[in-house]
Design a protein around this ligand. Structure first.
Ligand code: UD1
Length: 359
């Protein structure tokens, strides 16, 4: 079987790390990097650390408006797919790269396999929600991480090709967690295990809005312990243009750092007293490692983390962020709602059965 896999943004590299390894044991994979993320710290370092094979193509699309970015990728991917004639196209998550690759393949009648299908925030103002709904509806194989995702698809009338496979981010976390040495990483930032919060903010709804970003900065600057904040380039630019960078610099509780590679992220997350984030994937990673999560959004796709008491939704409200970080709880139970860490093998199995005609 010849599979074209398309990735482009940081969370997709983390997911592809496990699937590439499993897929290449028996099949030909052509790996395409769209170039949506291009900084060394946002891209190359993930390939190096996670042992992802070098991409066969880099489309170098770069940053830009959603239309231009998605449209340019769509055109380039169509040409590439016509030339390489794969049996299937594998896409991940909900970024503009996912949408471009899903559309390009579906229009050429090449089956699309969507890893992380069925997730919904039910918030159509999120670009990611548009991307994943559209991709799910053109996919032949919907590879769901959770039962909630399966139910979401059923509610939209999508029942064919739906498979519960577990979460590939858990595969990657399990595979690499043991080789992470947290001590030097914590020492670099001068923090102690369980004595700091780890934070990330990049969601457009927060980082493009001066009032919301201001509220988040205000909460971080009033924390009772250090907040190690790995600042996404988009957020860094906005902090500067909203005049919030000076507030960040002056706040004794904020330790502002560059985006960190995967191993450092695991180190910082695993030893943190809480995660403060608006990321999707990191809410789950906090759950994998038993770290309470405070999610600075009004809704989440990862509803299990909230239902099980490990995650609190607080929006971009400074007082709520502070209160949730202070009262963080670690419930007794942390059931295996994201599978057994072998989602990648399950995905390859589903692809093989589909290709072999046994579904
Ligand atoms: C994208 C995804 C989001 C995902 C996130 C992971 C979409 C719509 N959004 O958001 O779902 O959670 O990736 O990080 O696809 N930039 C750089 N260097 C880079 C990449 C980006 O400086 O290597 C800056 C640019 O100013 C760019 C901005 O970040 O305009 C936003 O990048 P973009 O890829 O459009 O979206 P993300 O916010 O990263």
């Amino acid at each position: 079987m010849r599979v074209v896999s398309v990735v482009g943004a940081r969370p997709q590299f983390i997911k592809a790390a496990s699937v590439c390894r499993a897929l290449r044991e028996r099949h030909d994979e052509i790996l395409v990097h769209s170039g949506q993320h291009y900084d060394y710290g946002m891209s190359d370092v993930f390939f190096e650390q996670l042992g992802i094979p070098a991409p066969d193509y880099n489309l170098a699309v770069g940053s830009g408006g959603h239309g231009r970015q998605t449209g340019e990728m769509l055109g380039m991917l169509e040409e590439l797919l016509l030339e390489r004639e794969p049996d299937m196209v594998l896409v991940y998550g909900d970024t503009n790269t996912t949408l471009a690759a899903g559309l390009a393949a579906a229009k050429l009648d090449i089956p699309v396999a969507h890893v992380e299908a069925g997730l919904r925030s039910f918030n159509r103002t999120m670009p990611e929600e548009i991307n994943r709904v559209l991709v799910d509806h053109v996919s032949a194989l919907l590879l769901c991480p959770t039962t909630a995702a399966v139910e979401n698809l059923h509610a939209e009338g999508v029942t064919e090709g739906v498979h519960l496979v577990g979460d590939v981010m858990l595969d990657t976390a399990r595979y690499f967690a043991e080789s992470v040495d947290a001590e030097p990483v914590l020492a670099r930032y001068g923090v102690e295990p369980d004595g700091y919060h780890f934070a990330t903010v990049h969601r457009a709804g927060n980082s493009d809005d001066p009032a919301k970003l201001g509220a988040i900065v205000s909460a971080f600057s009033r924390m009772d312990r250090p907040v190690v904040w790995a600042i996404h380039p988009r957020t860094r630019k906005n902090l500067a243009s909203f005049g919030l960078d000076a507030v960040v610099e002056a706040a004794p509780s904020i330790i502002a750092i560059e985006p960190v590679p995967y191993m450092d992220t695991v180190a910082l997350l695993r030893s943190a007293s809480a995660l403060l984030t608006d990321s999707g994937g990191m809410q789950k990673e906090a759950y994998f490692f038993g770290v309470p999560c405070v999610t600075m959004r009004d809704e989440t796709e990862w509803v299990e983390t909230v239902d099980l008491g490990w995650n609190t939704l607080v929006g971009a409200d400074a007082d709520k962020i502070l209160a949730a970080a202070t009262s963080r709880t670690r419930p007794e139970a942390r059931p295996a709602v994201y599978g057994d860490g072998h989602a990648a093998e399950a995905i390859v199995d589903v692809l093989e059965r589909y290709h072999g005609g046994t579904r």
